[in-house]
Design a protein around this ligand. Structure first.
Ligand code: FAD
Ligand code: 2HG
Ligand code: ZN
Length: 490
């Protein structure tokens, strides 16, 4: 591949022929369910969005995209691919940030977007069953109409699918409150490469009958099977929501504010997000929007409370803000006065990824680090990039800024190195330096985005050889021919 000179195409995999295409056309029927560049030259533009990832950093060369409409069709597709040694890439909304959702060579893309039905909802228990291709925001809007909330929220909600969310074990903005998908997912239906349908679509909160196999699919990144349906426990939607945004002088003070927020806001605290000044400056440059606070601080936090009594909650948040300002922990702050301001503050936080994307290539590191040292990684990386002469305001420097933001409540930092263009010299200064830094602190090189292609070589920095060996055995057990999302982390 010209795109990845260091990766060799696995010669065991077949190349797609017109016969294969005609089998899939026969199976899926309609024109829109098969996008084919094998028998039709004019499909190149139609294939592009499935070959290129959200960041335009990773690029595949697939010639065939299949959009099954039912579990039975997924089963027949996978069985045929397995029997004919055709490699595949499961794809949801293609918003993943580690290059896992697009092919490396000519793997067939199996896109789940047609399997988007809300199948069942238990209004008393709060259990939602939906197709894996259901867009996260659509599921959440449905739940809102019933007084419930999806226990996951993230900036890509308008495009990502719940099957993709499970497959990356996405964390998002309210993990602090609702916990990980490993806890909220009650069941899944999945298809194995040999076409076997695994029906574990349990709707029970408690089910201790043997191994909990669904957990293997959560965070598997499409390497052992395709998730086709999801059953998930949804909490009651809070009737009162409040948001505060404040500025702080040091990371030490950010930690103090987090401690105070947990103590004073306890059961109503639903998000605690961190942003540094660098990330704020970039988002302002791109969006031209006014910053939430006029003065400049090294750090900003966004706090959200969700409860059932608006007056009580805003009183509590107001009292918290006054207290931390009196104690000199927080320098300045603002409270959203209405729904529009709440949305604007959240848009400011959720929009960072997109804003950075407009500036050029971004090297992203989604990491977990014990809180005390969390921001140190940004400072050490910035110093290293600067020392290498790569950081600067002018066009002859590839790196524009090294910034950090993320989910303070989960010790999850998003270190972003914003460049004018992707540049091998920058990558060499960053890697493996960042992974070694994380390993020394027993952190995780992948907090919530997964490993995909980006971190393929680096899994050993967060998992020991025994663990990686067990993962390989599990992969081989489920996918002996290795057709599921090859060339990625396993
Ligand atoms: P895709 O990108 O299509 O796929 C992701 C991986 O899952 C791939 O390996 C793919 O092969 C596999 N896959 C997809 N569907 C299936 C399936 N049905 N069965 C088996 N495998 C499948 N992530 C967070 O954790 N927290 C955030 O706050 C967050 N914010 C984001 C904000 C923005 C603006 C963007 C662009 C991304 C963000 N992400 C975040 C990244 C996140 O991983 C994805 O948005 C989301 O979880 C992926 O869903 P998707 O449907 O787009 O999956
Ligand atoms: C977020 O929290 C996402 O906004 C994306 O996980 C992080 O762009 C990133 O690095
Ligand atoms: Zn995140």
């Amino acid at each position: 591949s010209e795109t990845y000179p260091e990766i060799k195409r696995d010669g065991r995999f077949a190349t797609i022929t017109a016969d294969h295409v005609s089998y899939f056309r026969g199976l899926l029927g309609t024109e829109s369910a098969v996008i084919d560049g094998v028998t039709s030259d004019s499909a190149a533009d139609d294939l592009e969005p499935f070959n290129s990832d959200w960041m335009r950093k990773y690029r595949g060369h697939c010639k065939l995209v299949l959009k099954p409409g039912s579990t039975d069709e997924v089963s027949k597709i996978l069985k045929y691919c397995n029997d004919n040694m055709l490699a595949v890439v499961p794809q949801g909304g293609n918003t993943g940030l580690v290059g896992g959702s697009v092919p490396v060579f000519d793997e067939i893309v199996i896109n789940l977007s047609r399997m988007n039905q809300i199948i069942d909802f238990d209004e008393v228990g709060g259990t939602l069953v939906a197709g894996a291709g259901c867009i996260l925001e659509v599921a959440d809007q449905f739940l809102a109409s019933k007084g419930y909330i999806f226990p996951l929220d993230l900036g890509a909600k308008g495009s990502c699918q719940i099957g993709g969310n499970l497959s990356t074990n996405a964390g998002g903005l309210r993990l602090l409150r609702y916990g990980s998908l490993h806890g909220t997912v009650l069941g899944i239906e999945a298809v194995l490469p040999d076409g076997t349908i695994v029906d574990d679509l349990c709707k029970l909160r408690k089910n201790n009958t043997g191994y909990d196999l669904k957990q293997l699919f959560i965070g598997a990144e499409g390497t052992i099977g395709i998730i086709t349906k999801v059953s998930i426990q949804c909490p009651q939607r809070s009737t009162a929501q409040n948001v505060a945004f404040f500025g702080l002088e040091s990371f030490e003070k950010v930690q103090q504010a987090f401690r105070e927020a947990k103590g004073q806001l306890s059961e109503i605290l639903s998000a605690f997000e961190l942003m540094d000044e660098g990330s704020q400056a970039l988002i302002r440059d791109v969006t031209k929007n006014r910053k939430p606070l006029d003065d400049k601080y090294p750090f900003y936090c966004l706090i959200e409370t969700s409860g059932s009594n608006a007056d009580h909650d805003s009183e509590k948040l107001q009292a918290f803000l006054e207290d931390v300002m009196e104690k000199g922990i927080v320098s300045d702050g603002t409270l959203a006065q209405d729904e529009t301001q709440i949305k604007a503050l959240w848009a400011w936080r959720e929009g960072i990824t997109e804003a950075l994307g407009h500036l050029g290539g971004v090297y992203k590191y989604d990491v977990s680090i014990p809180l005390k040292e969390m921001y140190q990684l940004v400072e050490d990386t910035r110093a290293r990039v600067d020392a290498a002469g790569l950081l600067g305001d002018t066009d002859d420097h590839p790196v524009r800024a090294v910034v950090g933001y993320g989910h303070m409540g989960d010790s999850n930092l998003h270190l972003n190195v914003s460049t004018r263009r992707f540049d091998k010299r920058v990558e060499e200064v960053l890697e493996p330096f960042i992974y070694e830094w994380i390993e020394k602190r027993q952190g995780s090189i992948s907090a919530e985005h997964g490993l995909g292609l980006q971190k393929k070589k680096y899994i050993g920095y967060s998992r020991n050889p025994t663990m990686v060996g067990l993962m390989r055995q599990i992969k081989t057990f489920f996918d002996p021919n290795g057709i599921m999302n090859p060339y990625k982390y396993l």
